[in-house]
Write a new protein. Structure first.
Length: 256
């Protein structure tokens, strides 16, 4: 579908539904033919079958969008464990699984459209060493509500909130989740949650103090958030990594 045809379709759907982007963009999404793609990392590759244009482009741009995240994952030790919090459709978990055949994965995502694809993608690349959990992470364990930006796989800016109403969602603190049977302790922790990073880190005091946790990557939304995250991580015995950092990502390594 070319841009002119898409524009005409959007106009027609607007007249039909009124100004409700979710309704007509969802229809457009499913009317597109989404091609499959082969993701190759070193000598390993996997054939993926994205179900939305957003999911497709996330995998297509995996090496260029966040090169510092790729470099960080490349440095993982054998037999380690990655926790991918806010995993979306699993782009970086899939990359880690291909890059490191012995790394185990725990990926957490609250948005239903994303977590279905996350589970499918992990089952394709690493079914015996991955866990996809359909929930959110928070500063304390409880029931929250999910502010949803869009109900299409690959969408972002879906965030837990205490505001009542809407889509109910379980949320765990990191310290509570790590105590559950069957949950591997993280060697590496990736947090990309679009705004509640400080709250999540506040619920990870014991985990951050544990020497088994080697490195943490956190995406900061702005300069104020970056400063607060720096203070939290330095206070927990981590030092900022000297690796080039873009996209708002902050990378820390254990020093104490």
């Amino acid at each position: 579908m070319n841009s002119f045809s898409r524009s005409m379709l959007v106009s027609a759907l607007r007249r039909l539904f009124g100004y409700n982007p979710q309704k007509y963009y969802s229809l457009i999404e499913y009317m597109r033919r989404i091609p499959g793609l082969t993701l190759s990392v070193g000598e390993r590759s996997v054939r993926l079958s994205p179900e939305s244009y957003w999911e497709y482009t996330r995998f297509q741009r995996i090496l260029s969008k966040e090169p510092e995240t790729i470099a960080w994952i490349n440095g993982f030790a054998p037999d380690s464990v990655l926790w991918d919090i806010g995993a979306n459709v699993g782009v970086y978990s899939v990359y880690a699984a291909l890059r490191h055949p012995s790394v185990r994965l725990l990926a957490v995502e609250p948005e239903p459209a994303n977590v279905i694809r996350l589970a499918a993608n992990l089952a394709t690349v690493a079914p015996e060493r991955s866990i996809a959990i359909p929930m959110g992470m928070a500063g304390e364990t409880g029931v929250f509500f999910l502010e949803r930006s869009c109900m299409i796989a690959g969408s972002n800016a879906n965030q837990l909130t205490s505001k009542a109403g809407g889509f109910g969602c379980a949320g765990f603190s990191i310290d509570d989740l790590v105590r559950l049977d069957g949950i591997p302790f993280p060697s590496y922790l990736k947090i990309d949650v679009d705004g509640i990073e400080i709250s999540i880190l506040a619920g990870a005091t014991a985990t951050l103090a544990d020497p088994r946790l080697r490195s943490v990557l956190v995406e900061a939304q702005d300069a104020a958030a970056a400063a607060a995250i720096d203070a939290t991580m330095i206070g927990a015995g981590f030092a900022p990594c000297d690796m080039p950092q873009v996209q708002g990502n902050r990378i820390y390594v254990k020093t104490a």
